[in-house]
Design a binder for this molecule. Structure first.
Ligand code: NAD
Ligand code: LMR
Length: 327
């Protein structure tokens, strides 16, 4: 039996938490032979902590063989203690008519304290994945607080956008979605994100040839993927939760699977036209469990360059907006 890994999850009693924890405990995130200890962190609010008790009771009631312990706490220094993975979900969701960046002033400050505490108490091999919106910039804020853990360990999730793009391409082409490969997300988790369709393939052929409709790819496709979160809020009255939890399972699963190629928002080193030190979605290849390299070889045409310039501009503006939160 392997040693259990410690997985800290913030916002554990929230919507995403409720779809996420059971998947982690069942083995979907770290594999069917990897035991886990869940360290569940909630805001110090009576209602949230009471709800967390209920979630922990349900986890018990699932009798998951891989679940070796549950910590419930409102104290982040207990919740992140010795954590190997820190999943930062806890933050306000947006409502109808809002953009994710409107959450920055409220949510950004959560990531200052959490970044500091993780750096102080998490395991030496800790990896951090940020979901709370606006995820890219919150991730940058958390990473900026860390003196011990390298910035590359802090990633933000654009996997939901990748999954959305894959699904839209498959529907348009009328194929099973497993036929769609190599669709990657560049930039911000916001309507400016760029799903780079020119590199995607469908059944081994270029997606642009199979779909043969550039106006659709450049227009409605990019728009549908970019505004899918808002469409879900309009339809459901609440932001995506099950699909977001599923994407986080995919994000981490791919990051612990050597050879996996997938979209992750990582600290930019200036590649693909992104400013250094913004967290931008790009394709990565997992090297060893938890580590990755950015895939550098994709050529960008004029359309792609203009889309990347727009999403980079937004990331730079968000960074300027939270300049006082960055260490
Ligand atoms: P929710 O309101 O249902 O749950 C959030 C939970 O976080 C609440 O239980 C709240 O008490 C808790 N919380 C707040 N501050 C906290 C703190 N400092 N420490 C610990 N817990 C804290 O929201 P949700 O639907 O679960 O969404 C959570 C976040 O994820 C939102 O910001 C949402 O916009 C974002 N989101 C991101 C993506 C993505 O693709 N990146 C997708 C969906 C949702
Ligand atoms: C999403 O993409 O579904 C989430 O980021 C939630 C939102 O605010 O759109």
């Amino acid at each position: 039996m392997k040693t259990p890994i410690r997985v800290a999850v913030t916002g554990a009693a929230g919507q995403i938490g409720y779809s996420l924890l059971f998947r982690i405990a069942s083995g979907a995130m770290f594999g069917p032979d990897q035991p886990v200890i869940l360290q569940l962190i909630e805001a110090p609010i009576e209602k949230a902590l009471k709800a967390l008790e209920g979630v922990a009771m349900e986890l018990d009631d699932c009798a998951f063989p891989l679940l070796k312990g549950i910590v419930q706490t409102a104290d982040a220094s207990i919740g992140f203690k010795d954590a190997n993975w820190c999943l930062l979900v806890g933050a306000k969701p947006r409502g109808p008519g809002m953009e994710r960046a409107d959450l920055l002033k409220d949510n950004g400050k959560i990531f200052i304290g959490q970044g500091q505490i993780i750096d102080a108490v998490a395991a030496a091999d800790a990896r951090i994945a940020v979901v709370g919106n606006p995820a890219n910039t919150n991730c940058m804020i958390a990473a900026s607080q860390a003196k011990r853990l390298p910035a590359e360990r802090f990633t933000a999730m654009v996997r939901l956008d990748q999954n959305r793009a894959q699904s839209q391409l498959a529907k348009k082409a009328g194929v099973d979605l497993t036929a769609v490969k190599d669709i990657f997300i560049y930039g911000n988790h916001s309507p400016t994100m760029f799903p780079a369709f020119a590199h995607a393939t469908i059944g081994g052929q270029p997606a642009t040839k199979v779909i043969n409709d550039d106006p659709w790819l450049q227009g409605p496709f990019c728009e549908t993927v970019g505004k899918r979160g808002a469409a879900i809020i309009a339809a459901r009255g609440a932001s995506s939760a099950a699909s977001a939890a599923n994407a986080l399972v995919d994000h981490v699963r791919s990051l612990v699977t050597p050879g996996a190629i997938h979209s992750v928002a990582v600290k930019s080193q200036g590649l693909y036209g992104f400013d250094a030190n913004v967290w931008a979605g790009m394709p990565v290849r997992t090297t060893t469990a938890g580590s990755y390299e950015v895939i550098t070889g994709y050529a960008m045409d004029a359309f792609a360059q203009s889309k990347i310039a727009a999403t980079n501009k937004e990331l730079v503006e968000e960074r300027a907006f939270v300049a006082d939160m960055i260490a």
